[in-house]
Write a protein that binds this ligand. Structure first.
Ligand code: SF4
Length: 288
């Protein structure tokens, strides 16, 4: 039941523009996504990206998305209200969610692209934090799901600081142990070394979760040497600030037919290797 709810993952809800409810594997339940990337702007072009698969990513100037904060706030308040009064679960799809899973786990900056590319990100953090303080219980997190591209910038670091004062958590992507594999997966003009530098900067200053999506390419999982180098890269970060590693695989549409999810045994085996080599907490999230 939960796995089919997870696979159904539209990034829109009714007539809303910015905020959408999802059942999230990595959140462990109900999450409200906040989309600051209406045109899908991203610095990566991941081979497993659901947004690209659905035609949602367009190449435009990074700051061209206008955010109407009155609308964002109103949508967030409405959806939290619908969760709190139960009306969301009269919706045909969310009615399938078991009663014990109906509490809000987090409000997550995710959406159709890389949230920190939006110049509105710091203001959006302030807006979400104010609504959370007003309407949510203390346990509800504010999550940033990021590919790491902008973590070196002052304005993003300040916004992260403000998130952390409001039960924030940073989930930063690292899908590879080598520059070559990184380019195979992310197909980006950003260099792998730049992403590693930014993750180092992040973990020197803030606690963070590292999230890593591993997949099969033409039926082949990443080889052991790639995973060992990935583990070494993790150890090169400020490990006492790494809260945990989330290892997962794709559960949704991918833009490339030669990409497929790893099976549970393959994911478990990667997680075991990483655990043994790093001593870090590693959680796995299966595709089914
Ligand atoms: S970083 Fe995220 S949004 Fe960007 S291409 Fe990769 S999966 Fe898609």
């Amino acid at each position: 039941m939960i796995s089919s709810l997870v696979q159904y993952h539209p990034r829109s809800f009714r007539e809303f523009c910015y905020v959408y409810p999802v059942v999230s594997r990595r959140s462990g339940g109900l999450s409200l996504g906040v989309n600051l990337s209406l045109s899908g702007q991203c610095t990566f072009s991941c081979v497993y990206c659901q947004v690209i698969a659905e035609g949602g990513q367009k190449q435009i100037d990074v700051n061209s998305d206008f955010i109407d904060f009155d609308d964002l706030k109103s949508e967030l308040c409405q959806l939290i209200g619908m969760i709190n009064n139960g009306s969301l679960f009269q919706d045909s799809w969310f009615s399938l969610l078991p009663v014990e899973k109906r509490g809000l786990k987090d409000i997550a900056f995710s959406g159709d692209g890389e949230p920190t590319l939006s110049s509105a990100f710091p203001e959006a953090v302030r807006c979400v934090a104010a609504v959370r303080r007003q309407l949510c219980n203390e346990a509800v997190k504010i999550v940033l799901i990021t590919n790491g591209t902008m973590l070196h910038t002052k304005h993003v670091q300040n916004a992260i600081e403000s998130m952390l004062e409001n039960n924030g958590e940073i989930w930063a992507k690292l899908d590879a142990g080598t520059p070559e594999y990184f380019q195979t997966i992310a197909r980006s003009s950003i260099k792998y070394e730049k992403i590693l530098d930014n993750l180092t900067t992040l973990t020197k200053r803030f606690p963070a979760v590292i999230q890593s999506c591993f997949i099969s390419i033409q039926g082949q999982p990443p080889d052991n040497s790639e995973i060992k180098q990935y583990a070494q890269r993790l150890m090169s970060l400020q490990t006492n600030n790494i809260l945990r590693i989330q290892i997962y695989t794709t559960a949704r549409n991918t833009p490339e037919q030669w990409v497929s999810p790893l099976n549970n045994e393959q994911l478990d085996s990667i997680a075991e290797t990483v655990r043994n080599l790093t001593g870090l907490q590693v959680d796995t999230f299966y595709s089914n």
